[in-house]
Design a protein around this ligand. Structure first.
Ligand code: NAD
Length: 356
């Protein structure tokens, strides 16, 4: 029995999470999933109702649940609020409060959508890689930081820093994921220039000793960016720091050609995870029944695989999505000539039909 906190958030969040809930209902009814749901507020909608983008009650309920399923946050109407009241702040605080240090960003190309990628089909067909990004430390959080006046001019500075323990735990997370996959980890750093990356590499080599069946390789980040575009299929799991992971994971996402298809997970030490599509709240299409709900639905599959140890059910969802794509159904964002264009709601129904 698992208890999940549902946080639809803003914009298209509500519409896409409604489709994911249909899938959960189906798994509960037909496959004895036994998932119970709590519902909460985060982001702009939480600010409107409570004055905070992360109400205390949301945090309290999250701490009692096994995982979170989130839609997306943000929107034009909240963009001019002071920084600590903005919707995105709610999400960042939630990640920090739950210590979600391990960000999993899969980049999978569905063969039915190969023509949506800007790369040649033969380069991306069969692509299935996982980027494991350290999410709560590194240069985004390092101190000192700031902008001040030095030597008569403005001077901006940040600090790239990692404790050994922080590298060790993201290393273990990556190796454990590689155990479920093709058993290869590529650690991406810039150890030829940065001392913090020398430590990163040293610790990764040490962590690897606990996983003798996993192959560990190293790559400098500039080369990794090049290789991702040139021969992305060479990678299985990439593990990297917060900054490098931020850039490389968006690059990898675009190899698949479609932002509406990709889920993500952010996990803590205990396997608690927050699962969400990689896309934002898409205010430009909110409420029009055209958003692609598949990333949200596939986020449920990720949750089943990485937090709830229900790999069979995760596979069932993934197969159902494939079946719907095989039949030629597409939301507008992934439609090509000859495909049958359906709305958000209908796409959710089609996945449930394929599941049941
Ligand atoms: P976005 O991802 O919301 O949208 C980018 C483009 O992709 C838009 O044209 C949008 O219509 C389209 N798109 C996104 N998801 C789609 C889907 N499921 N189906 C079809 N089309 C889709 O990014 P943005 O426009 O830069 O940001 C909008 C808001 O979302 C901002 O407030 C931003 O801060 C927020 N944001 C939130 C998250 C998050 O909640 N994790 C992530 C990124 C951006």
């Amino acid at each position: 029995m698992s208890e999940i906190l549902i946080l639809p958030g803003d914009g298209i969040g509500q519409e896409i999470i409604t489709q994911a809930l249909k899938v959960i209902d189906c798994l509960n009814a037909d496959f004895n999933l036994g998932m119970t749901l709590e519902h909460g507020l985060v982001g702009g909608s939480a600010y409107d109702e409570t004055g905070s983008p992360l109400p205390q009650v949301t945090l309290d309920v999250a701490r009692q649940c096994d995982s979170i399923l989130l839609g997306a946050v943000g929107g034009y109407q909240w963009a001019s609020l002071e920084r600590n009241l903005r919707p995105e702040r709610g999400l960042l605080e939630l990640r920090a409060e739950m210590d979600l240090f391990s960000n999993l960003r899969p980049a999978i190309l569905y063969p039915q959508l190969a023509s949506a990628s800007t790369l040649k089909e033969e380069v991306v067909l069969g692509l299935d890689l996982m980027i494991v990004r350290e999410l709560v430390s590194g240069i985004y959080f390092g101190k000192p930081r700031g902008v001040e006046v030095r030597n008569g001019q403005k001077y901006g500075f940040n600090t790239a820093a990692y404790y050994e323990s922080e590298i060790r735990r993201i290393g273990h997370a990556a190796f454990k994921i590689a155990q479920l996959r093709d058993k290869r980890v590529c650690s991406v750093d810039k150890a030829n220039v940065l001392e913090v990356c020398e430590l990163w590499r040293e610790v990764m080599i040490d962590v690897a000793k606990d996983y003798p069946n996993i192959e560990l390789t190293h790559m400098y980040v500039d080369n990794a960016a090049m290789q991702l575009v040139k021969t992305p299929k060479q990678f299985d799991v990439i593990v990297t720091s917060n900054l490098f992971g931020d850039v490389l994971s968006d690059c990898a996402a675009m190899l698949t050609g479609s932002i509406g298809m990709l889920p993500s997970a952010s996990l803590n030490q205990d396997g608690f995870g927050m699962y969400e599509p990689i896309h934002g709240s898409a205010p430009d299409i909110a409420g029009k029944d055209i958003a692609n709900p598949l990333a949200a639905i596939l986020s449920v599959a990720m949750m089943l695989r990485y937090s709830l140890n229900q790999i069979d059910l995760a596979l069932k969802i993934e197969v159902a999505v494939n079946t719907v794509l095989d039949k030629g159904y597409r939301t507008q964002d992934i439609a090509t000539e000859g495909s049958m264009v359906v709305g958000t709601n209908e796409m959710g129904d089609l996945v449930v039909e394929a599941l049941a």
